[in-house]
Design a protein around this ligand. Structure first.
Ligand SMILES: [Zn+2]
Length: 173
């Protein structure tokens, strides 16, 4: 990983930037290091150290671009935890251990009733809650959401591959 994570003054991730851009921000004194880990760039005259996480000195407004919705992203957002009963993948249900692939995406307002594939209308649900709810609304099924489904906050960061350990604390949904 040869990139730098840029944080807002509030420690919210803003972007993943290149060394070059990181260097330019450092040069202009726009950022402060936010972790001890750094990457060394060997130049002609000197070795430059660039922190792998940097924080802006001044707050910037980041437009809330919508995260790309997908079933997998919903499960990740909810940490593979059922939004109705709170059971999490890895724990036991009806005598067997639930795996991540057992967890389903439930449409709060069912698709058959016009419910959409979007962040606000979808939650992770365990197989038991999913079948109990069926094609009904939570109200009709007498079920309650444990939390309100929301658009993930750090969604505008497009990350691929392994995320450095020092970034993880900032990237948790
Ligand atoms: Zn459940």
């Amino acid at each position: 990983m040869s990139q730098v994570l840029l944080l807002n003054t509030s420690y919210e991730p803003v972007a993943v930037i290149t060394h070059r851009r990181a260097l330019s921000l450092l040069d202009r004194d726009r950022v402060v290091p936010a972790c001890d880990e750094s990457i060394e760039l060997v130049g002609v005259t000197a070795v430059l150290k660039i922190p792998t996480v940097m924080r802006l000195r001044r707050y910037i407004n980041v437009p809330q671009r919508g995260a790309r919705w997908s079933r997998k992203a919903v499960l990740q957002r909810d940490d593979y935890t059922c939004a109705y009963c709170g059971v999490r993948a890895g724990s036991e249900q009806r005598g067997r251990v639930l795996s991540r692939t057992d967890m389903t995406v439930d449409h709060v307002l069912p698709v058959s009733r016009g419910g959409k594939n979007n962040w606000g209308n979808t939650v992770c649900a365990c197989p038991a809650c999913n079948s109990r709810k069926g094609g009904r609304t939570p109200h009709e099924a007498n079920m309650r959401l444990l939390w309100e489904p929301k658009t993930p906050r750090v969604s505008y960061l497009v990350l691929s591959g392994d995320v450095p350990a020092v970034w993880k604390v900032y990237l948790e949904w």
